[in-house]
Write a protein that binds this ligand. Sequence first.
Ligand code: ADP
Length: 481
Amino acid sequence: MLNEPLLPQKSNSQFYPAVALLGATAIFLIDTFTPLDIAIAVLYVAVIMISATFLSREGLLSIAAVCVFLTIASFAMTHWHDFESRALVRCLVSLSAIVVTTLLALRNNQATHDLRDQAALLDLTHDAIYVRDTHDVIRYWNEGAEELYGWKREEAIGQFAIALLKSKFPMPLEDISKNLAAVGRWQGEITHTKKDGTEVLVASRWSLQRDEKGRPVATMVTNNDITEQKRSADALHKAEIELAHATRLTTLGELTASIAHEVNQPLAAVVTNGEAALRWLKRDVPNLGEVQNSLERMISNGRRASDVIARLRALTRKTDSIRAPLDANELIEDVLLLVDRELIARSVSLNLDLAPTPLPVEGDRVQLQQAIINLALNAVQAMSTVSDRRHALHISTRLETTEAPEKIVVVEVSDNGPGIDPDVINKLFTAFYTTKPEGMGMGLSICRSIVESHGGKIVASSELGKGATFRVQLPMREEEA
Ligand code: ADP
């Protein structure tokens, strides 16, 4: 494991060269000028070991050569005229010790060098890597860790990792340790505190290093900063929740709009017709024919309201819409029954221009009525903002021939209100687009989905300041087309 302080270090001590030099000189002098019959030169081994801590390969070889030279020189000086075989043996032993020590020191230096190279490799990665021993003391700290956490290598090494990083684990540390001991690996998300006090969320991977006997020695920890990633994921999750909420609101809005448009109008018509019936009855000579008409309209509107409720219940049961043969002219007449009261209340005059013959379409009567009612009420509301002219609602129906043989039924609802700004005309059908303070912006979006689900199209056109026209086109019913 690349525990930096455990690697043999190139010593920075300025005294080591001096110690080596003095040592070598002292050994030479003692070896040469004292009559001791022992292999003093063996002590050059110490000089070589000290030199190995601060010299390169070449420097160490030079020192070894100097030690060999001094050993031989000392032997020559003391035994040149007085050859002694035991002295020669001592000299040879010393030389062997010097050579062997030099070789070992060189090998050791090479191994250290290789380890240091490998450790440097770990600095190339962007991951924050550190190694902690079994007592949680940091033994290695790469550049990625310096960058991520802000502590320099010298500051971090020797510190207790958990305390330094104020680690917050996703589960009790004992469980993590058990897991690590059992399988040798663990990974999870940990919150750390950087040197500047800010928190960082990391994806952490731990690998346990064991010695030859299988005992844990150290743990290598590789960390990736996932703070931003997590923040984006959280934001995405929040957006998804908001979207789901908006979807629920849309459904609720559609339902509310249906109830508002579809139930209130027939109820209002029931009230109007009830009042009318009473008026006819209260006459000096009650007009029973009109009373009967009013009562019939009340019944028909009452039925309509209950139809709507049935449709709404069907909607909540997610049943398919009910398709039936319909006449677009009849649809308009039904709609008028429902918006009549509103037109009178707002003093809107009605221009009806219905096709002389029935216009067969196929569809869901309630849904299509809902769409047209919405267009009519939008027109009435738009006109209420202009006061320089009489408000007039124009509704027309006709058969149009597009590319033969297809025929389409067209319903147009026009008003002489303020018109629509060309810049926003395309946004009208988008959900939640509204210019009304109390508006929900759902009406036209619902209209479009209804018309499109009937295979039709809805478009708005306008001359700004003069009014707006909404054109609904539906395919003519097939048998008839
Ligand atoms: P809401 O009525 O709740 O605002 P709608 O979808 O019905 O929602 O309409 C969206 C917007 O389209 C309205 O707020 C209004 O600005 C515009 N609009 C619809 N009909 C007309 C019209 N006939 N004349 C002018 N503007 C209209």
